[in-house]
Design a protein around this ligand. Structure first.
Ligand SMILES: [Zn+2]
Length: 142
């Protein structure tokens, strides 16, 4: 755990978090607060690595398999026509991958999913996050 890292703090929380989906082999999956794209989630690698370049090769392979496992579960629950994968590392230096289901009736179809400002995020209630997390978690077990 890296001191002052927001994602290390998140994956090591010991209280209930409605956005937490499940622990996978290489990291912890969470529903994203922004639900502009229903089912948007992320896999945060555990332990801490600053970026993809810092992850040892064997773990990189396992991490990407876990990304696929999470994406398959999201696909099963929400059935989006396509899924985007983002690893940016601009604001938080802890390797994680965003899994973003895309829908024709959601903003920026066929374009980058990045919204111009966080003011455009679609935030939801804790019950909503918890419900999505539960559905994805169940789909992970099948
Ligand atoms: Zn960290």
């Amino acid at each position: 755990m890296k001191k002052d890292c927001k994602l290390c703090a998140l994956i090591n929380e010991d209280h209930f978090n409605p956005t937490r989906i499940a622990k996978l082999d290489t990291g912890i999956a969470f529903v994203n607060f922004d639900q502009t794209y229903l089912g948007r989630s992320m896999l945060i690698i555990n332990p801490h690595y600053d970026s993809l370049l810092d992850i040892p090769p064997i773990l990189t392979q396992k991490f990407m398999e876990d990304v696929k496992t999470l994406a398959k579960a999201i696909n099963k629950v929400f059935q989006p026509p396509t899924i985007n994968y983002l690893m940016l590392g601009n604001t938080v230096l802890h390797a994680h991958c965003h899994i973003i289901p895309r829908y024709p009736d959601a903003p920026r179809w066929r374009l980058s999913p990045l919204l111009p400002s966080s003011a455009e995020y679609t935030m939801q209630t804790n019950d909503f996050y918890s419900d999505i997390a539960k559905k994805i978690s169940l789909a992970l077990r099948v």
